[in-house]
Design a protein around this ligand. Structure first.
Ligand code: FPP
Length: 250
């Protein structure tokens, strides 16, 4: 049987990619995507959920272990109330409509961020999806919701201070591991790659501690246009980076 050279070259290209164990994504540009099409910002977020589904499928397909998506930042409270309400509704609807498929796909879902200040209905939905997927061993999907890195680090420092004040912890034993184990990502590997869409080049308070040695990749496409070609381009950029972690390399 003859081998189609086009398919063979795609497969070679794919086998040459380094696959990050953990990818963090700042899903930006939903509003601009919608505006360009004369649609409401909400339509942009709705299309963003389709891109979330593609990102999950691609991460499973390419063998990524952890995918962290920045869905609602602690700064997003500055948006108009209708938009905030819509984004909260999207998370609820995503869980309701996709839970069965996520379980089938062996995806473990966790939500990171300040959940204590969310209303109790949403908190139970979050707890429910976490419990129902807890035994899954495939892709780890982390959704950062009501998340802000500075407040996450502050909360970790406060928790350590409480332990010191009660005599449970010696201040001399506070090290990076101790602080890391009080973050919402305790026990999870740091991201290797942070991808941001829409051409903006900043971290916007996303995984600041955990991204100390992450490779940053910025692409021009708005989040709703995220697809395999954008994903592969980001993986290629990651593959070409020389990660030295402060050393001099090999
Ligand atoms: C940034 O675009 C996007 C957000 C603030 C929300 C991201 C949310 C989703 C993709 C959908 C919900 C996700 C899940 C997991 C259910 P922007 O509104 O800042 O766009 P702009 O900068 O063009 O205005």
């Amino acid at each position: 049987m003859s081998i189609n050279p086009a398919i063979a070259s795609v497969e070679t290209e794919r086998s040459n990619l380094k696959i990050p164990a953990h990818i963090g994504v700042i899903m930006d540009g939903n509003g601009r995507w919608a505006q360009k099409r004369g649609l409401s910002r909400m339509e942009g977020h709705k299309a963003g959920v389709e891109a979330v589904r593609r990102a999950v499928e691609l991460s499973i397909d390419y063998g990524v272990d952890y995918l962290t998506l920045f869905a609602f930042s602690s700064e997003n409270w500055r948006r108009p109330p209708d938009e905030i309400k819509y984004l909260f509704g999207l998370l609820r609807r995503f869980v309701a409509s996709d839970l069965a498929r996520l379980i089938r796909q062996n995806v473990r879902v966790r939500i990171i961020g300040d959940r204590a200040s969310l209303e109790s209905g949403l908190r139970s939905i979050i707890e429910d999806v976490e419990v129902k997927t807890a035994a899954n061993t495939g892709l780890n999907l982390l959704i950062a919701f009501n998340y802000g890195a500075k407040s996450e680090i502050t909360a970790a420092v406060r928790a350590l201070a409480v332990k010191v004040a009660s005599g449970e912890l010696d201040p001399g034993s506070i090290d990076e591991i101790a602080l890391g184990s009080h973050l919402s990502t305790a026990g999870l590997p740091d991201p290797d790659l942070i991808l941001r869409t829409s051409g903006e080049m900043r971290l916007s308070n996303f995984l600041l501690w955990q991204s100390a040695y992450a490779e940053l990749v910025f692409v021009e496409e708005n989040w709703p246009d995220f697809d395999e070609s954008v994903f592969v381009r980001a993986l290629k950029a990651f593959t070409e980076r020389d990660r030295r972690f402060g050393g001099i390399g090999t």
